[in-house]
Design a protein around this ligand. Structure first.
Ligand code: ADP
Ligand code: ZN
Length: 623
């Protein structure tokens, strides 16, 4: 640890709640109650605390916040954190205040009086962390004001918002480049979960960080079990997932491809007795904020959302994420599933998709007005996503490979493929039968009718078109309906069939169908198992080691602690996890401390929390 970190003693800076310390390790343990830094946090913290700038790439849940919070507390002055979302800022501030850190959020929607109070604190030097929206930071006079004050650092959270390459471009972020000119001597740290190399370079350019180091955390999230399945019966599949998760504390997210679907799904889930909400970009700002708030505070709440629901999900206990439609790239999918299990406890990611999704996404790219180069990139991303969905080998390996992480020859042990390897069979003949059924019926029918023809079912439609007279009629009795649908989907995935999604969903053969029909190509197909969704909590065989054990939801002591926490959170109108996370409560329940000293040794119990809640926790333990 460089000397300058230790050299700063509490006396060197503005007053700070009695917690001020120049040593990152002391801040980590006393303020945050953590025993050790994770991954590259230590390196980043040392670099920033000693005046360096840089870019931090870490997966969601990797622990980015500490990378700027700890150095801000180690350095004199206020740490200014640029954050794109009010809900996110407010939750972060609430969590910091629980830790005894003087923090505030400044944004354009704040009432005058409150903004004035923040400025007063700022000038008195009593604030340690100031969260601010980019537009508020760049508003006339704000930077002039900051130039008069000691600034510990600037942190730019969700830094990918600065890049037009990503899906979350925010024009206001562009103006942040000015910080590198006006505050050249102040540490600037940009943070993002995006790993896409193009976006990363763009962030460095825009924010003037090209000469500063990039800290790249490992992208694996071993506690998230990854599963993908063809969408056979969406509601039954979702219901099975919810049933597995029943009784587990925490929240879930259902990602839907369209706004209408978010509302329909939420309504259906509410009818099924779940606390379900909808979220999409078409809602007004107030409704969005309310949904965010309810999601942050609800106990077993399910959010049905489009990808507009992303930033600002700070809950560490999202237990599962289910996609009802194929994501457009592994990057987006990874970001979205990364919202599960930030607390490190077992979590699940289930992807449901169909042949129609694949075809629709392909058509959208072809028809988009984007430049050819951009289309090529989009196409590559989509095909990588299709490959993951259809994978017959470890899905995590395929996913990590998209981020340049090669995990040599080993399987993760915590994806559905590793847990129950699918059987492959030579599907050349089946593929030929399907393709010839498509051709002989005139390329005008969807999969349902084609399956009827193959299986020799005398339906009205078959009779109407005299398809029982075709040589293909009834040649496919050896496979079930589901298996035939699977053959069709796999042919779509490998590009031998297209689905006319804009029309009636009829299957149309492509060029790639020819060599299959001519018998020049062997087609290996995956025997789809409609697996009963397995509960999370399995072992991760190698990558990242064993997945942690789940929270026992039937432990009465744990339940008592949660009841206490719920009441406390309600009384203070803050999300429950800012009081204590499930993980911390579970550790307390397991350790059954009898004294404050014993309680203080449990990870997640810092000094302020011990002072505030120690006695109440001990009482709750006694029952
Ligand atoms: P990110 O912003 O990268 O998504 P967070 O900063 O929200 O991640 O951290 C994710 C979770 O990990 C939080 O619940 C946080 O309390 C926990 N965490 C982060 N760093 C540590 C650490 N060094 N020790 C223990 N828990 C940590
Ligand atoms: Zn695997």
């Amino acid at each position: 640890m460089p000397d300058s970190v230790h050299a700063m003693s509490p006396g060197d800076s503005a007053p700070y709640d009695g917690h001020y310390a120049g040593d990152p390790f002391q801040v980590l343990s006393r303020v945050f109650g953590h025993q050790a830094f994770r991954g590259r946090q230590e390196e980043v913290v040392a670099h920033i605390a000693t005046g360096g700038s840089g870019l931090v790439l870490m997966p969601t849940g990797g622990g980015k916040s500490l990378c700027y919070q700890v150095p801000a507390l180690c350095r004199p002055g206020v740490g200014v954190v640029v954050s794109p979302l009010i809900a996110l800022m407010e939750d972060q501030v609430a969590a910091l205040r629980q830790l005894g850190v003087a923090a505030a959020a400044l944004h354009s929607e704040l009432p005058e009086g409150e903004a004035r109070a923040i400025f007063r604190d700022l000038h008195e030097g009593s604030l340690k962390l100031l969260y601010v929206s980019p537009e508020r930071l760049l508003l006339a006079g704000m930077l002039d004001r900051l130039e008069q004050l000691p600034i510990a650092l600037f942190a730019i959270d969700e830094a990918h918002c600065v890049s037009q390459w990503g899906h979350h471009f925010r024009p206001e972020y562009r103006g942040l480049g000015v910080l590198s000119e006006r505050f050249a001597r102040t540490p600037r740290v940009a943070l993002t979960a995006t790993a896409d190399p193009r976006t990363v370079e763009d962030i460095r350019q825009q924010l003037g960080l090209t000469d500063d180091p990039v800290f790249r955390g490992g992208f694996d999230r071993p506690n998230i079990r990854i599963e993908a399945a063809p969408r056979e019966s969406e509601r039954a599949q979702l219901r099975a997932l919810l049933k597995d998760q029943a009784g587990q504390p925490g929240a879930g997210i259902v990602y839907c491809g369209t706004r209408a679907r978010t509302e329909q799904t939420a309504e259906w889930l509410r009818g099924d007795g779940h606390d379900a909400l909808a979220f999409h970009a078409g809602m007004d700002a107030g409704a969005k904020r309310e949904a965010h708030r309810r999601f942050a505070r609800g106990d077993s709440v399910v959010m049905c959302a489009t990808i507009a629901f992303g930033m600002g999900i700070d809950r560490p206990d999202v237990r599962w994420v289910c996609h009802l439609d194929l994501p457009r790239s592994p990057e987006s999918w990874y970001q979205e599933i990364g919202r599960a299990g930030r607390d490190g406890l077992p979590a699940r990611a289930l992807l449901l998709y169909g042949a129609g999704d694949i075809a629709l996404a392909r058509h959208r790219i072809e028809e988009s007005p984007a430049a050819p180069e951009q289309k090529r990139i989009e196409r590559q991303r989509l095909e990588a996503m299709v490959a993951i969905a259809e994978a017959a080998t470890c899905r995590r390996k395929l996913l990590l490979r998209c981020f340049g992480e090669d995990t040599e020859g080993e399987n993760c042990g915590n994806c559905d493929v590793c847990l129950a390897p699918p059987k492959m069979f030579d599907g050349t003949i089946a593929a030929q039968k399907m393709l010839s059924a498509v051709l002989r019926t005139g390329r005008r029918f969807g999969v349902a009718h084609l399956v009827d023809v193959l299986r020799g079912r005398m339906t009205d439609k078959v009779a109407q078109f005299a398809h029982d007279k075709l040589p293909t009629f009834g040649v496919g009795k050896e496979l079930s309906d589901g298996a035939w649908r699977s053959v069709a989907r796999q042919l779509v995935a490998r590009g031998a069939l297209d689905v006319a999604v804009e029309n009636h969903g009829e299957l149309v053969p492509t060029e790639a169908a020819r060599p299959i029909l001519r018998g020049e190509q062997t087609v290996l197909l995956r025997e789809d198992m409609l697996r009963a969704a397995a509960p999370a909590g399995g072992r991760s065989a190698r990558m990242g080691g064993a997945a942690p054990a789940g929270v026992a939801s039937n432990d009465p002591v744990f339940e008592r602690l949660r009841d206490w926490r719920r009441a406390e959170a309600q009384a203070q109108a803050v999300p429950a996890y800012v009081i204590f996370q499930d993980r911390t409560l579970a550790e307390i329940a397991a350790a059954r401390p009898r004294t404050l000293d014993q309680l203080a040794s449990i990870p997640g119990v810092g000094r302020t929390k011990l002072e505030r809640y120690g006695a109440a926790v001990l009482r709750a333990l006694e029952g």
